[in-house]
Design a protein around this ligand. Structure first.
Ligand code: FE2
Ligand code: FE2
Ligand code: FE2
Length: 418
């Protein structure tokens, strides 16, 4: 059995940086809300476990807002429909058992205090940390556009104070008042070193996962990426199964196959930086959109390399758009490990057998022909393509079964969404 050690905070903060790239308008929001939450937790003397759950929830709080439009709308001080993205975030996060507590915090992060009535919402108990996160989120939104380094930018303290009791928990508002006058807090918030400041001031916790736990965590991350668009809703499951199948047929042992499978699940993680508008676009992409889309394997690598046990998986997962001739992207690496070549073949095979907004899916014969042509042009590894073609029916059945399962999970989550 393998043991994986996940530095949760570092991982989610790197994910948060990627998620905030969807639009310059939301740049750095998750990171700043994490910092403000940690300051509130300190003033309120929250126990370490509660502080940890709060700051991880803060780093992920808007993860359920998939489109740029939805993300930008959450930055209005008065949001029109605030609970849809919060509920969506909850539906994802609760599927991973160690994230159950923070899933609840995310779920209710826009519930108003309402003179104490906000401790219950729609018959559910609202965790006290949801109200702290709500305040932290609104402090960042209210201070947007203020001068960097000036304490209390845009009169945020007055604005928040006016809402004390009605929108925000008064105890949390008092905690804000206690640190709002400290210049360093605002300087930290405007600092380009905020990542380092956060990792220096917050205590990390290593989450230890066995093979099964790791798989369920990888599936959570994969769903966060895939379920952003119906076109990609089963993509990762198909890539992971195709990659596992090829690894097995190359002769790798069980645990090696599992690691290749994990790389398959995680290969498009960097698409967290890509909004639904780009994934669903029918016409050709503009230069900025195409640049952002092509950057996704870069972010996949940067996110995954935060996990020390993943130094190999980070490379395998993020090299799926590299080509043996060095003309791939974004690293232009020529000497690729076999596991990376497997993910590349699995990615192409799965993608071309799926519908996209700009073209329909290929049937198995067309897909086989495409793989053959790509191998002939040295765009994919010849030996692996040959192997895939030899076992094409069996491989296609395995891929289809994995994608059918993912499709059911997608439908279940969408049916529960508000
Ligand atoms: Fe939100
Ligand atoms: Fe990709
Ligand atoms: Fe992919």
């Amino acid at each position: 059995m393998t043991e994986y050690h996940i530095p949760v905070l570092e991982l989610v903060l790197t994910m948060a940086n990627a998620v905030d790239l969807v639009s310059p308008a939301v740049g750095g929001h998750h990171k700043r809300v994490t910092y403000i939450s940690s300051q509130l937790a300190r003033e309120l003397k929250l126990p370490p476990r509660d502080t940890f759950d709060l700051v991880v929830a803060a780093a992920l709080h808007d993860i359920g807002a998939f489109s740029v439009k939805e993300r930008v709308e959450t930055l209005e001080f008065e949001i029109k429909n605030p609970h849809a993205h919060a509920e969506m975030g909850f539906l994802f996060l609760k599927r991973f058992q160690p994230f159950l507590r923070l899933a609840d915090i995310v779920r209710f992060h826009h519930v108003p205090w309402d003179d104490g009535r906000g401790t219950i919402f729609n018959g559910h108990v609202v965790p006290p940390s949801s109200h702290i996160l709500h305040l932290a989120d609104r402090i960042d939104v209210a201070s947007l556009g203020g001068d960097i380094g000036i304490p209390n930018p845009s009169g945020v303290l007055d604005r928040i104070n006016r809402e004390s009791g009605r929108t925000f928990n008064p105890e949390a508002v008092d905690a804000f008042g206690a640190f709002a006058e400290k210049e360093y807090v605002w300087l930290d918030l405007g600092s380009s070193n905020l990542d380092r400041i956060l990792s220096d001031t917050l205590s990390e916790q290593l989450l230890v996962l066995d093979d099964e736990g790791m798989l369920s965590f990888a599936q959570l991350l994969a769903h966060l990426v895939d379920f952003r668009s119906r076109y990609t809703s089963t993509h990762t499951a198909g890539v992971a199964e195709t990659a596992r199948f090829l690894a097995e047929h190359v002769g790798m042992d069980w645990s090696h196959c599992q690691r290749v499978r994990l790389a398959g699940y995680l290969h498009d993680l960097g698409k967290l930086a890509v909004g639904r508008e780009i994934l669903d676009k029918e016409g050709s992409l503009e230069e900025r959109e195409y640049g952002l889309l092509k950057a996704h394997p870069y972010f996949t690598r940067r996110i995954l390399e935060t996990i020390r046990d993943f130094s190999d998986i980070a490379v395998w997962a993020s090299a799926h758009h590299e080509r043996p001739d060095g003309n791939g992207y974004p690293f232009h690496e020529k000497c690729l490990p076999i596991e990376a070549k497997i993910i590349a073949v699995a990615d192409v095979f799965t993608a071309i057998t799926e519908d996209r907004p700009y073209r329909p899916a290929m049937n198995l014969d067309e897909a086989a022909e495409t793989l053959r042509r790509m191998a002939a042009k040295n765009l994919l590894d010849h030996t692996l393509v040959k192997l895939a073609l030899t076992h094409r029916r069996e491989l296609d059945d395995a891929r289809r079964a994995a994608q059918a399962e993912a499709s059911d999970q997608y439908a279940a989550i969408m049916a529960m969404a508000v």
